[in-house]
Design a binder for this molecule. Structure first.
Ligand code: PMP
Length: 391
C-alpha cells in the first residue's frame, strides 16, 4: 500500500530524532498568552514567549481587531496582487513606514516569509550573499532559495566579513544579519558591518525581529538605537513578537518595495493577512509610539534579571530580552527544563538543529508583563538547580 511508504519513512526518522533527544512535541496553552499561562492543568510563569511587551492580549489591540473583523470579515480571498489588498493593509504599511522612518514598507504574512521572499528577489546566480553563522533559519533559507553563492561568516565577526567581501567576486553582494540573535540574545556589530558593506559596495539587509519594539529610543530597533536607519538598505521587522500580532515587514526604499511586490514569491503567491490583524498591528504600533512605559518596564526587568544571573556566576549580556542559560547536551537541557517546570517555570529547552551541537540551553525570554517576583523566583530556581555549576 503506497500510502504506508511515507509513514515508514516518518517512523524511521522520528526514531532517529528521539534517539538523539531531539524529538519535539506540542503543548497547547489552556489560557491566553501572558506572564502566567495554564499548561497541562498547571499555572506556570511563562519565560518562552516573544510577546515582549505583553501586547498579545491588550484590550486596545483586541478592540481594534474586533472592529475590523466586524467590518471586513475574516479571510482576504487572494494575494494582494490579485484582490487581497485593502485599505487596512495600506494604512498599516503607511503607519509602519512612519514608525521606521523609511520611504516604504511592504508587509508579509510572517517574518519568515519576509526573509525567504526578499533575499531571492534581490540576488541570484552570479551574485553572492554573506550570512552570519548564527542567522535565523528564515535568512538561511532565503539564501538557499536565492541560488546566489552563500558565504557564511563567523558569528558577529565584521573583520572576517570584510575579508570575505574583498575575496569574493560577484555581480551583486548582499550582507544579511540578525540585529538581535534569537538564541543568544546578543547583537550584531552593525556599525562595523555597515562600514564593510560601504567599502565593498555591498547592500545590507538586517532582521530586527527581536529588536522591533524592544531596542531604540522609539522602539524601532537596533538601527534606530545606533542612528543608522537611513543607511541600511533593508530592515526586516516582525509584527509577531513585541507587537503582539502576526506578520513581517520590510522597511526600505520605494524602489525595493516595488521590486519585492513584483518578485517576492511569498508576497505574490500567498493570500494576504486578515484585515483584523492589520488593524490590531496598527493599534500596536500606536501603543509603542505613544508611550514608552511598557518598553521601560521591559528594560527594568532585563536589568534585574541580568544582574541576578551575574550574581549566580552566569554570563548575561543585557542587550535584549533573550537570556540563554547554556546546559550542553540535549537530554541535560530537557532535564533542566523539566526541573524548572516542577518549580513553576515554563522555560523551553532549545536543542540542535536550532542551536549548535553541545550548546543546548534554556532560553529565558522576558516580558514587560513579568513582575519582579516572577524574575526573582526564576533566579532562585536556577540557584537551587545549580545550573551554573553544571548541576
Ligand atoms: N527572524 C528571526 C530572527 C526570528 O527569531 C523569527 C521568529 N522566530 C523570525 C524571523 C520569523 O518571524 P515570524 O515569527 O514573524 O515568522
Amino acid at each position: 500500500m503506497s500510502a504506508g511508504i511515507a509513514s515508514a519513512w516518518a517512523r524511521e526518522d522520528l526514531e532517529a530524532l528521539a534517539g538523539r533527544g531531539l524529538r519535539r512535541f506540542l503543548e497547547p496553552l489552556e489560557s491566553p498568552q501572558g506572564a502566567l499561562v495554564r499548561v497541562g492543568g498547571e499555572t506556570l510563569i511563562n519565560f518562552s514567549s516573544n510577546d515582549y511587551l505583553g501586547l498579545a492580549t491588550s484590550p486596545t489591540l483586541r478592540a481594534a481587531a474586533i472592529a475590523a473583523l466586524e467590518r471586513q470579515g475574516v479571510g482576504t480571498g487572494a494575494s494582494r496582487v490579485v484582490v487581497g489588498d485593502s485599505t487596512a493593509h495600506q494604512r498599516l504599511e503607511a503607519r509602519l513606514a512612519a514608525f521606521e522612518r523609511s520611504e516604504a514598507v511592504l508587509l508579509f504574512n510572517t517574518g519568515f516569509a519576509a526573509n525567504t521572499g526578499t533575499i531571492p528577489a534581490l540576488v541570484g546566480s552570479g551574485d553572492a550573499v554573506f550570512s552570519d553563522a548564527l542567522n535565523h533559519a528564515s535568512l538561511v533559507d532565503g539564501c538557499r532559495l536565492s541560488r546566489a553563492r552563500t558565504v557564511v561568516y563567523p558569528h558577529a565577526d565584521a573583520e572576517a566579513l570584510a575579508r570575505a567581501l574583498a575575496e569574493t567576486p560577484a555581480r551583486r553582494k548582499l550582507v544579511v544579519t540578525d540585529t538581535v540573535f534569537s538564541m543568544d540574545g546578543d547583537v550584531a556589530p552593525l556599525r562595523e558591518i555597515l562600514a564593510a558593506c560601504r567599502e565593498h559596495g555591498a547592500a545590507l539587509m538586517v532582521d530586527e525581529a527581536h529588536a522591533t519594539g524592544v531596542l531604540g529610543v522609539r522602539g524601532a530597533g537596533l538601527c534606530e538605537e545606533l542612528g543608522i536607519e537611513a543607511e541600511v538598505d533593508l530592515r526586516v521587522g516582525t509584527l509577531s513578537k513585541a507587537l503582539g500580532c502576526l506578520g513581517g515587514y520590510v522597511a526600505t526604499s520605494r524602489a525595493v518595495a516595488d521590486l519585492l511586490l513584483n518578485r517576492a514569491r511569498p508576497f505574490v503567491f500567498s493570500t494576504s493577512l486578515p484585515a483584523a490583524l492589520c488593524a490590531a498591528a496598527e493599534a500596536a504600533v500606536e501603543e509603542v509610539e505613544k508611550d514608552d512605559t511598557l518598553r521601560a518596564k521591559l528594560w527594568r526587568n532585563i536589568r534585574r534579571f541580568a544582574k541576578g544571573l551575574r550574581e549566580l556566576g552566569l554570563p548575561a549580556e543585557q542587550r535584549s530580552a533573550i537570556f540563554p542559560v547554556i546546559i550542553g547536551e540535549p537530554d541535560a537541557a530537557i532535564d533542566a527544563a523539566r526541573r524548572c517546570r516542577e518549580k513553576g517555570l515554563l522555560v523551553k529547552a532549545i536543542r540542535p538543529p536550532t542551536v549548535p551541537e553541545g550548546t543546548s540551553r534554556l532560553r529565558f525570554c522576558l516580558s514587560a508583563a513579568h513582575t519582579e517576583g516572577h524574575l526573582d523566583l526564576a533566579l532562585e530556581v536556577l540557584r537551587q538547580l545549580g545550573v551554573h555549576r553544571g548541576g
